[in-house]
Structure formats: C-alpha cells, structure tokens
Write a protein that binds this ligand. Structure first.
Ligand SMILES: *Cc1c(COP(=O)(O)O)cnc(C)c1O
Length: 408
C-alpha cells in the first residue's frame, strides 16, 4: 500500500482518508461493550484495507491488547515493523508454513488439527524454545477448527507436547457462523459446544490464558460470548457487521475510511449518447457527464455498474453504465462543476455522502468487502483530529518516519 507524501487537501486522483481518531473511538466502544474481556484488534488483510501498521498502533493506543491476523506473514510483518510488546495471533496455516519464524517472533499460532500440531512441535524442537499454541474448536461454523469428535485426541497430544516443554497452550478458541443474525439458533448451540470443548480441555489439565469466540457482532451484542477476549475487526473500522444489527451510529461506531476522487473531466453531451463500455446507459437529453477516475482496479466493484452512488456538488449521482478498470462516469444532469471538484464515493455519511453499506447494497455484497478491496493504487491518507488538534493531517513522509521510530 502507498502512503501519500502530500497533504490530504492535495488534488490527488483518489484517496482513502483514514480517520485514526475514529478508529480509537471504535476501540473504546468495543471495550465498553465487552468490559471484562480483553480486545484483540483484527488487522488482517491490511486492516480491512485501512493500513495494518497504522491501525494496529491506533488500536493499541486505545486499549486493545492483542492483534490478530489471518496469515503468519501478516503477523510477522507487524513484528518486523516494530510492534514487539504485544501479543499477536495468526490462524490461517498450511503445511510447511513459517512455524519456526512464528515461534521466534513470539506469535500465538492457531492449531486446528494434528498435522499442524506436529509441525509446530517439530519447529519448537528445532528452535529450542516453546511455541505459543491456541487450539481452535469447530463449534459449528464448519470452516476451520477441530471437530468435537477429534478434540480429545488433539488436546491429549497438545498436553503431551506441553509437558515436554515444547508448546504452551495459551488459548482455546472458536468462531461464530451467524453472530450477525440476531436470535439465530446456531449462536446458542455454538456457545454450548464451546463451553463443552473448553471444559473437556480444562478437565484434562489445559490452563489457557484466553478463551475466545466473539467477533465484532458478538462483541457488540452478545455479552455471554465475551469470555476472556473478543476479536474485533469490522467494528474497529466503524462499519456495521450487518444492517440488521443497526447502523454504525446506532452501534456507537464511526466509519474510519472516506473514499474520494477528483473529477477528471466534466463535459456536455447531447441526448441519446451512449455511456461507457456496452452502452448500458444512454443520456436522456442534453446533459453533463463527469468522469470519476477510479474503477474496479481500485476496488470499486464492477457489480455496482449502473447503481453505485457518488456525492458530487452536494447531490447523489449514480454510476452511469459500466464501471471500468480505472474510471466510471456519472450523469450530472447539466450541473457544471470544475474538473478537479471532489467526488465522494463513501464515508461516514455526515456530509450527505454515501456509506460503504450503500456501495455494498449497490454491488450485492457486504460492506466488509467494499472497504477491504480498495486497492493499493489508492493512497491512504491518515488524519488524526485528536493528535493534531487542528494542525496539518499526519500524512507526510517525515511524520510517518518519526512515528515508526517510536516503536523501537
Ligand atoms: C476476520 C475474523 C475476525 C473478525 O471478524 P469481524 O466480524 O470483522 O469482527 C475474528 N475472528 C476470526 C477468526 C476472523 O477470521
């Protein structure tokens, strides 16, 4: 990902402004709703497109005490960037993964089955130091995790490795299938299954530091799921896990990312003019068209062709015809803003702009996917109203280098 060396007011083609004060406020909201549990800030996939390192630091500053990633490479990159005094867990492993590097970097690694346990034990033996292992239970998601029928064998072999000093079983954990659907019967069933699998492991002598199952929707709405730790991803970025659970504001969250672009062209065209590939849109009469210089290469979903909303000059406009790789067009109905005027694709919504959820609706997907897929070609511009107290936004290379230096 690129970080711009220009202030956010510069006429960049496109930019994703990342509001770190909002992110910290969202961490505090999650902490308040899950008081009694620690908060793991899930920063996988470059913090859902927001920038893993900056978001990890902001989340830690606001009281998160764990970081979570999917892949070991993502976790190792955070350590390499200087985040040393924080627990980092990663859970998506394949055979031959960097177990030894993970052990040497003090990561907590997730194990769902015997092949993984055996690989991590071998790596610990080679490294000459114990691995931190969290055993993952499949309590009903049917994705990762160990099935209840295989749990006793996994726990027994892990305990043997712990007694040999090769691993430390630091956690027992699981993941929900439907925590974003209020009242879904699988939620209670998964909680029961989790309690049983934890009880079995503890009965055999496992002494985990943390037991955890809650993702953002569970952290926000299901206190009985909080245990010792909640793993919050989407909530930190101020996006509602599901419209059914409420808007971000109703959940006490503030969207962190604002995606905007500068109009590349405004021109008059006659009625009956086809617009963009395939001519799926035709102007109804004399009008003005504006060229928005972002496209599906930047993560603007092509599925939202003809539907994606953009705020231009205080009015909602809709992608006219196909969204192309690098650009799309909106019909301004005769309005004549200058080239360079701002087009806001999504943001918190308080300037009247669409939200990531509006784009999700237009594309037939979830808001998670909208923010996460914003591409590397779009510079992230970090703003921090609290830290800067009205001074220039922290987006220049010098400030970035200074901030990096402080982590030691
Ligand atoms: C992505 C992920 C999370 C975070 O989910 P959100 O709904 O974004 O809070 C938590 N746990 C696991 C295992 C994940 O993969």
């Amino acid at each position: 990902m690129t970080e711009t060396a220009s202030p956010p007011s510069a006429p960049l083609r496109a930019r994703a402004e990342i509001d770190l004060a909002a992110l910290r406020a969202n961490v505090r909201t999650v902490r308040a709703k899950a008081s009694g549990a620690a908060v793991m800030a899930v920063v996988k996939s470059d913090a859902y497109g927001h920038g893993a390192l900056r978001c990890a630091r902001a989340a830690l500053a606001a009281g998160a005490t764990w970081l979570g990633t999917a892949t070991p490479e993502e976790a190792l990159a955070l350590r390499a960037a200087g985040l040393r005094d924080v627990r980092i867990m990663c859970w998506l492993w394949v055979p031959g993964g960097p177990w030894r590097e993970a052990i040497e970097a003090d990561l907590d690694v997730s194990v769902s089955g015997l092949w993984a346990l055996r690989e991590v034990v071998g790596a610990a033996r080679a490294a000459g130091r114990p691995a931190r292992v969290q055993l993952k239970a499949d309590t009903g998601l049917g994705r990762g995790g160990c099935q209840p029928g295989d749990w006793a064998e996994l726990v027994a072999e892990a305990l043997n490795a712990e007694r040999e000093g090769l691993i430390r079983i630091t956690g027992l954990w699981s993941h929900f299938a439907c925590a974003d659907e209020p009242g879904h019967p699988s939620v209670a069933a998964q909680l029961t299954g989790f309690r049983e699998m934890v009880a079995h492991a503890e009965g055999r002598g496992v002494r985990p530091e943390v037991r955890h199952i809650a993702n953002s929707p569970a952290a926000l709405t299901l206190p009985e799921s909080h245990f010792d730790l909640v793993r919050a991803g989407i909530a930190l970025y101020g996006v509602s896990p599901s419209p059914e659970l409420g808007t971000p504001a109703e959940l006490g969250l503030r969207p962190v990312m604002t995606l905007s672009a500068s109009l590349a062209l405004v021109k008059h065209v006659p009625g009956g003019h086809g617009v963009s590939y395939g001519h799926h849109y035709t102007t109804a009469g004399d009008t003005t068209l504006a060229l928005i210089p972002v496209g599906y290469a930047d993560g603007v979903p092509r599925q939202a062709s003809g539907a994606g909303p953009v705020l231009v000059g205080g009015k909602w406009r809709t992608a006219a015809g196909r969204i192309a790789m690098d650009q799309f067009v909106v019909d301004l109905g005769g309005d004549e803003p200058e080239a360079g005027a701002e087009a806001v694709l999504f943001g918190p919504g308080d300037r009247g702009e669409p939200t990531a959820q509006d784009w999700a609706n237009a594309a037939g997907t979830i808001a998670y996917e909208i923010v996460t897929r914003i591409g590397a070609r779009v510079p992230r511009v970090y703003v921090d109203a609290e830290a800067d107290a009205g001074a220039d936004a922290e987006a220049d290379a010098g400030a970035e280098a200074d901030a990096d230096g402080q982590d030691g």
